[in-house]
Design a protein around this ligand. Structure first.
Ligand code: SF4
Length: 410
């Protein structure tokens, strides 16, 4: 069983394998009159985001009726927001451009399937204080802000992110920190949101410092899409703040090889050079990355950016996301075409966040064909079968004792 060639029409965004594998910059594109200094300024990027239908119509004459209608309604669900840098990655000629599908609203977002929810991971039910989710025994999710550099149309936290629904998220860091301080079982804190790296260096410094001062907090993590949406934010000043709080890991969120530009790679290298281990979380999305070849190029490119593919998420059952969701069968097939066909470090764990708050459940293709008391029948990545003799679970200590041998030098 060899891996199949690319089969998702349009999802390569007009580029072949070599083009997708290359690190390129889209440059200043529509903003060519802006100075290099402004373009490199992350605050300029944020101030000049595309947030209205009028801007979209001016910058993207190929806007479809579905996108126009979706954008008109976006501000009731999840705001429209795209940094100029990320907008330049859109291929205006391709309605199925994988960048475009992630950030430009579509009318299908207004259709909610019966199984879809506003809080698909049941975070509210596991929230002992506002902005803190304590679902797993030894770790908490610490929500820092409801703002992001750009807004993903499939966002699991659309109920609060961007405040389009009037959720009014105003976290009280003191209360969140007090909860962690009074729960010695919490050894791992994940900062997320919204995007924590939108906080100023000073605020991040104070927050990370307060968490690091709690003796039982062993490990800090940040979940962010900033290196992909706004690589200009990864300044040396920010890296100098982050490197003070090791062990600190960062999980980025990239879905498609075209997001890994020259600028994104440079930003990720700055983080890696600050000693921060980097992982990536992708969401499996229809006509974006639901293709084995696209996914293989993406994970290989991530390794070249010093990022280890960590999770591949089956898209959560967020309201209005059916048009972006791919079958679990497809996800398993993509995993089957990764394992063995590329570096093990490049293979993420495919998971479903169990609806309603059950936590992450890993999904793997069937490699164990049968398992009896005395043997395991295995299928390898090519489909060939192998037998492995099973060891008994309980071996009496005396029977298991082996004569001691000195190590031999050869
Ligand atoms: S960056 Fe993350 S939190 Fe923000 S909109 Fe995208 S998925 Fe949601």
């Amino acid at each position: 069983m060899e891996p199949s060639a690319s089969s998702t029409e349009g999802s390569e965004g007009g580029g072949g394998r070599a083009a997708l594998k290359a690190f390129v910059s889209a440059g200043r594109g529509y903003w060519r009159d802006v100075s290099a200094e402004q373009w490199e300024d992350w605050r300029w990027q944020l101030k000049n985001r595309i947030t209205t239908l009028a801007q979209l119509e001016r910058l993207l004459p190929t806007l479809t009726p579905e996108e126009r209608a979706g954008t008109q309604l976006a501000n009731q669900k999840l705001a429209l927001g795209i940094t100029p840098y990320f907008f330049n990655l859109i291929d205006p000629a391709d309605e199925f451009c994988p960048i475009r599908r992630q950030v430009i609203p579509r009318i299908e977002e207004t259709v909610t399937a019966p199984w879809e929810m506003s809080d698909p991971c049941g975070e509210e039910a596991h929230s002992p204080v506002p902005g803190l989710v304590h679902r797993y025994p030894d770790r908490v999710l610490f929500l820092v802000t409801d703002r992001c550099a750009s807004y993903c149309r499939y966002c699991t936290r659309s109920r609060m992110v961007s405040n389009a629904t009037g959720y009014d998220f105003h976290p009280d860091f003191e209360q969140q920190i007090a909860y962690i301080r009074s729960h010695p079982e919490v050894r791992d804190v994940l900062l997320s949101g919204g995007d924590p790296l939108l906080l100023s260096d000073e605020k991040l410094d104070a927050l990370l410092g307060a968490l690091r001062a709690i003796p039982h907090v062993e490990f800090l993590r940040i979940g962010t899409r900033i290196p992909i949406f706004l690589p200009q934010r990864i300044t040396s000043g920010l890296c100098n703040v982050l490197r003070r709080y090791h062990p600190l890991f960062i999980s980025i969120h990239s879905n498609h090889p075209r997001e890994l530009t020259l600028e994104a790679r440079a930003a990720l290298e700055r983080l890696a050079d600050a000693g921060i281990p980097l992982g990536n979380q992708s969401v499996l999305l229809r006509h974006v990355n639901d293709d084995p070849e696209i996914m293989r190029i993406h994970v290989q490119k991530l390794l070249m950016c010093r990022v280890r593919p960590y999770y591949l998420y089956q898209c959560d059952l967020i309201a209005g996301s059916s048009h972006l969701r791919t079958s679990v069968r497809r996800g398993l097939e993509i995993m089957r075409q990764l394992r063995g066909y590329t570096t093990g470090y490049a293979v993420p764990t495919y998971v479903i966040d169990a609806p309603g708050g059950g936590g992450k459940v890993p999904l793997t293709p069937e490699y164990v064909v049968s398992h009896t008391a005395d043997r395991v029948l295995l299928r390898n990545y090519k489909g060939d079968l192998y037998e492995y003799p099973e060891a008994p679970d309980e071996v009496p200590r005396a029977a298991s004792r082996r004569p001691q041998c000195e190590p031999q030098c050869v």
